[in-house]
Structure formats: structure tokens, C-alpha cells
Design a protein around this ligand. Structure first.
Ligand SMILES: O=P(O)(O)OC[C@H]1O[C@H](OP(=O)(O)OP(=O)(O)O)[C@H](O)[C@@H]1O
Ligand SMILES: O=C(O)c1cc(=O)[nH]c(=O)[nH]1
Length: 197
């Protein structure tokens, strides 16, 4: 059914609904996949095609910024930056950072390399991150939570503090529990169950 037709039947689409529709149309895949953890799966969410979609990126900014603002309201220490493990987290972090500037509530952006650069500055964490910063850690999708833990280790090794983790699509396979066992709260925008309805 065309989106406009759905809208006539169910009322105006929110940004969250519209982003969900793009994820369902472009990002959900079935097939034979090997995951970052080495696990095999017949299901894959390629968030990149949505977060790098010209409309998807705007919606990620709006929906993601609303989610982080709600979390920040409960914190005693306001985060100063947002970022995560390259590359899945990068377009999400940038979209939210740009929306934060539009809303006059700036969050700077950084990106965690999978390995420290072997030349130049030799950095593992690139962009706007400084030792002592409290930050929001972003993931496009999480399965085991292993990549998020690696990013968290990199941030903490450089003197940062993770306020909370934002996951765009949680595959609901244990990542939230693994991350929260480190004492860091996880908020996800969508769970797999909602996207495959
Ligand atoms: O929770 P986990 O079991 O760690 O799996 C999730 C991770 O896997 C993907 O990253 P990938 O390593 O494929 O990198 P990419 O973003 O560079 O494509 C995804 O972006 C997450 O970071
Ligand atoms: O676990 C992963 O590597 C993974 C799962 C998934 O659904 N999407 C993705 O990009 N990575």
C-alpha cells in the first residue's frame, strides 16, 4: 500500500512512523548472513541504506534527537557529544548532532575507529571528543553488544564517560543486557519485533 494511502486510513504519519517505513522498505533483509560476532543469521538490518537515505537521514536526526533529549532530561550531567563505532553509527550521530544545533542545544560529533590510525594523529577517537567528556554512544544495530562494548572501552580508555547508549534498531538478542551489565542504560528507537510486524 502506498504511504499516502496508509496515511489517509490511519491519520498523519509521525517522523517515527515514516522512518520505520523506510527501514522496513530499504533495510530489512532475509538471506544467509554472517554477523560481526561470527554468528550466522537469516535476518539482517542494513541500517546504512536508511541512515544514508536523503529523507531517512533527516528523520534519523529528528527522531534520534527527540529520543536523546528525553534521556538527557533525566541526567544530572549533560552529555557534550554523540558518536559511536564507525561506520554504522556515523550517519546517525551526524544527523542527531545537526538537529541538536538546529534546536540550539548543541551536541558535538565524534567517531570511534575500529583500530587506531597507524599514521597522522594516530587517533582511535576522531572528531569532537576530549578526555573528560560525557558522551552519548550510538549504534545502528546491536546483536551481541560486543561492538558497543569495544566502543565504550575506547572512550573510557581516553578518559570519556558514557552517559547512555542509543541504538537505532535493537535485534533483541541480548545486547541491551550485556551493555546494561556495564552500568550504562540503553535506549533503542526500534526493536526487531516492531520492524518485522
Ligand atoms: O552487537 P554486535 O554483535 O557487535 O553486532 C552489531 C555491530 O555489527 C555491525 O557493525 P560492523 O562490524 O558490521 O561494521 P560497519 O558498521 O563498519 O559495517 C553494526 O554496525 C554493529 O556495530
Ligand atoms: O550483528 C551484525 O553484525 C549485524 C546485524 C544486523 O542486523 N545488521 C548489521 O548491520 N550488523
Amino acid at each position: 500500500m502506498a504511504l499516502a494511502q496508509t496515511e489517509r486510513l490511519t491519520g498523519p504519519m509521525t517522523a517515527r512512523d515514516e522512518l520505520k517505513a523506510i527501514l522496513q522498505k530499504k533495510s530489512i533483509r532475509t538471506g544467509d548472513f554472517t554477523l560481526a560476532s561470527g554468528k550466522k543469521s537469516d535476518f539482517y538490518v542494513d541500517c546504512r541504506v536508511t541512515t544514508m537515505d536523503c529523507r531517512g537521514a533527516i528523520l534519523v536526526g529528528e527522531v534520534g534527537y527527540a529520543a536523546v533529549t528525553e534521556m538527557i532530561a533525566e541526567l544530572s550531567e549533560k552529555p557534550v557529544a554523540i558518536g559511536g563505532m564507525t561506520m554504522g553509527a556515523d550517519p546517525i550521530s551526524l544527523a542527531i548532532a545537526m538537529e541538536s544545533s538546529r534546536q540550539n542545544n548543541p551536541l558535538q560529533m565524534f567517531s570511534v575507529r575500529k583500530e587506531a590510525k597507524k599514521y597522522g594523529t594516530g587517533k582511535r577517537v576522531e572528531g569532537n571528543f576530549n578526555s573528560g567528556d560525557t558522551i552519548i554512544l550510538v549504534e545502528d544495530t546491536a546483536t551481541t553488544g560486543g561492538s558497543t562494548i569495544k566502543a565504550m572501552d575506547a572512550i573510557e580508555a581516553e578518559g570519556g564517560k558514557v552517559a547512555f547508549v542509543l541504538i537505532l534498531v535493537d535485534r533483541q538478542e541480548g545486547a541491551k543486557e550485556v551493555i546494561e551489565a556495564r552500568g550504562v542504560e540503553v535506549v533503542s528507537v526500534y526493536g526487531k519485533a516492531e520492524l518485522i510486524q
